[in-house]
Write a protein that binds this ligand. Structure first.
Ligand code: ADP
Ligand code: MG
Length: 254
């Protein structure tokens, strides 16, 4: 496997990778047959990286993010997150890893309709049960300010635009200060300008907080914002060190 050039955002090269998949496979039973969603994926993501996972629909992007996010387990191979082999962890340890170290941003936002912006963002902190009410309020206010929704704090999701909803989802993913944020096509339901602003916001948080991001997309314009593009096709990584410059990539493989 080739060693990716460390970007200026990455931690010390000798630190263990934040994410490491080795020969990871995922098979889904489908009637009497099996769908192989991932067919042996090797992938390393280091702390501080801002990585795009690119590939056509059905290529395995969501499956890969679900394995890294510990919401699904590999059929074979290993998935290590924050130095831990997720296949060896108990259900309780997986829940703790998810809650303390990971943040999720979904294509369809997945906000809770009856809660307002503040309450949606506070929710993971309530699940964690570590902070007092006052500490939670301070934490929520700080992240709401960062994503530019201070004036929408009391509004419910239905009263927000698509871009605002996705900013709530980003704030909710970041409020616990996770090491790693996984975003599954976070811009797919947004117009292209709003989508670019959302990626810029993620990028800004990557710079200022050092949060590692892995986001899937099939939009070439969105990919150009990444440090590195991991290309996946048919359940396999076909290029793990891809340039985010799509033109260079096309020429390089002509
Ligand atoms: P992508 O996110 O790139 O569109 P997915 O990871 O969702 O790709 O899917 C990869 C493949 O696995 C597809 O062929 C899809 O139909 C299949 N697949 C995904 N989830 C399931 C499931 N729960 N049961 C059966 N097949 C699935
Ligand atoms: Mg998907």
């Amino acid at each position: 496997m080739s060693t990716p050039t460390p970007s200026k955002h990455t931690a010390a090269a000798d630190a263990p990778p934040l994410v490491e998949l080795t020969a990871a496979r995922k098979d889904y039973p489908l009637g009497r047959t099996v769908v192989s969603a991932l067919r042996g994926v090797d992938l390393v993501v280091r702390r501080g990286e801002f990585v795009a996972l690119a590939g056509p629909s059905g290529s395995g992007k969501t499956t890969l993010l679900n394995l890294v996010g510990c919401v699904d387990v590999a059929t074979a191979g290993t998935v290590r997150v924050a130095g831990q082999d997720t296949g060896q962890l108990s259900e309780g340890a997986l829940t703790k890893l998810r809650l303390d170290s990971l943040g999720f941003i979904f294509q369809s936002f997945n906000l809770i309709a009856v809660l307002d912006v503040f309450q949606n963002i506070e929710f993971p902190l309530l699940l964690q049960g570590k902070l007092s009410k006052a500490e939670r309020a301070e934490r929520v206010r700080a992240i709401v300010d960062k994503v530019g929704l201070t004036n929408q704090m009391k509004q419910r999701p239905a009263e927000l635009s698509g871009g605002q909803r996705q900013r709530v989802a980003i704030a909710r993913a970041l409020v616990t200060r996770p090491t790693l944020v996984l975003a599954d096509e976070p811009t797919a339901n947004l117009d292209s300008e709003t989508g670019e602003r959302i990626i810029d916001l993620m990028r800004d948080l990557n710079h200022t907080e050092g949060t590692t991001f892995i986001f899937s997309t099939h939009d070439p314009k969105i990919m150009t914002h990444a440090d590195r593009v991991v290309r996946i096709a048919d359940g396999r990584v076909v290029d793990a060190a891809g340039s985010s410059d799509t033109h260079a990539h096309v020429q390089g493989h002509a």
